[in-house]
Write a protein that binds this ligand. Structure first.
Ligand code: ADP
Length: 402
């Protein structure tokens, strides 16, 4: 079975074609800047090294058409025809409280995506456009989707309710939803599989640290709490997002300092976090260089805040779970930045976390055990693979349908 995984953004389509027998990637790439004067099309396959082309791409339909043409092209292609694609699996963003599992895209799913546009105004419209583009280009191909919010639908009310007047939840659906669900689910399943223990018996904390960052408490394979909230702005400090702050600060910025709503939005989402505190970059590789090479105090301070906040979440989720078996690091930063993992796990013996510093400093592909032998908690580094998770869930749905 071959599954085409699509992640449609407002002006982009990321794609991966996956062979489900081997779980290997056959082709991948991205269409960017759709609708702008010059768009970019990147394509790479098992038969063809990466190529980037500048061209005019008016809409997502055209973008998808280019992808499909490249996949069946006699020179660059990897398929003899589009009928070799058994299904499309979409990364979908917000389903409100509707779905806790992967879905076959039906009229109901499309209605839910439309209903939830106000909750994800940038992402849900792009998801809908992507689904439409597949319908036009591949009318007979089944479409499935996995919502970023789905895995967190198991959270109990005490974790997802905000202490606001209840009507904001009942009438306006303002609550914690959580994001990065596909990644948290994937690494929790991988961890259980790697440790040869049933996921249903494990208490885990998974740290997805990328440009966006979130942390999830998982009990018996189910998300019971997560740091991102009504939007992806809450929780950990991120590349450019502030994460948890006193909710009165945005009010102060407007009332006392004269910023407009849009300006506050930009400050909190695009100018804060690592970039805002360090004044250097949102890219952790640059922060790491500044610390290691120049001993830059601003970079050190920003890193201290970043790590301290992760540490606090680990502590609170340890309490929420009443113990911890496995701590997982994933995402571009979690997988690659040993210095950060060391700082987060330093002086955590009281809750059973002790790193093997030598192992932690090694650069090894794939899953790695980072904890010391006498650590009560097993600390793992697990490369995430959201696309493969979406493909696996799509495959499983198709098999159920047959
Ligand atoms: P996204 O959230 O966009 O999917 P990723 O999970 O790819 O992002 O993570 C991107 C982040 O990972 C960037 O901040 C980047 O600096 C960081 N990163 C990638 N490689 C390394 C590395 N070798 N060392 C430290 N940080 C890294």
């Amino acid at each position: 079975m071959k599954i085409l995984v699509l992640n449609c953004g407002s002006s982009s389509i990321k794609y991966q074609l996956i062979d489900m027998q081997t779980e290997n990637l056959i082709a991948e790439g991205i269409v960017e800047k759709i609708g702008e004067d010059i768009a970019l099309f990147t394509y790479k396959s098992t038969r063809f090294t990466k190529k980037k082309r500048e061209m005019v791409i008016d809409n997502h339909e055209q973008g998808l058409q280019l992808i499909l043409e490249a996949l069946i092209d006699p020179v660059t292609g990897v398929l003899s025809g589009l009928d070799e694609i058994d299904a499309v699996g979409h990364r979908l963003v917000h389903a409100g409280e509707h779905y806790s599992d992967a879905v076959v895209v039906t009229d109901d799913v499309i209605r839910v995506l439309q209903e939830c546009v106000s909750l994800a105004p940038l992402h849900n419209p792009a998801n809908l456009i992507g689904i439409e583009a597949v319908k036009v280009n591949m009318p007979n191909c089944p479409q499935c989707g996995v919502f970023d919010t789905a895995f967190h639908q198991t959270m109990p009310a005490m974790a997802y309710l905000y202490p606001l007047p209840l009507k904001f939840y009942t009438s306006h659906k303002i609550r914690r939803y959580g994001f990065h669900g596909t990644s948290h689910k994937y690494v929790s399943l991988k961890a259980a599989d790697y440790l040869k223990r049933p996921v249903e018996e494990l208490k885990m904390i998974t740290c997805h640290l990328g440009n966006g960052a979130s942390i999830t408490a998982i009990k018996n394979g189910k998300s019971v709490d997560t740091s991102m909230g009504f939007t992806p702005l809450e929780g950990l400090m991120m590349g450019t997002r502030c994460g948890d702050i006193d909710p009165a600060i945005p009010i102060h910025l407007q009332q006392q300092l004269g910023f407009t709503v849009d300006e506050v939005n930009t400050i909190l989402n695009k100018k804060s976090g690592m970039l805002g505190l360090s004044h250097i970059s949102n890219d952790m590789r640059e922060i790491e260089d500044e610390i290691l090479i120049k001993n830059n105090p601003k970079a050190i301070m920003a890193m201290d805040v970043y790590c301290y906040r992760i540490k606090k979440y680990i502590g609170s989720y340890f309490a929420a779970l009443n113990g911890l078996d496995v701590l997982v690091f994933t995402g571009g930063i979690g997988e690659n930045m040993s210095m950060l993992r060391e700082q987060v796990c330093r002086e955590m013996e009281a809750i059973g976390i002790k790193l093997n510093l030598e192992e932690n400093s090694k650069r090894i592909d794939g899953i790695q055990v980072l904890s010391a032998e006498d650590s009560k908690v097993i600390v793992l580094k697990i490369p995430t693979n959201e696309e493969l998770m979406i493909a696996l869930e799509t495959e499983s749905l198709l098999r159920q349908e047959k």
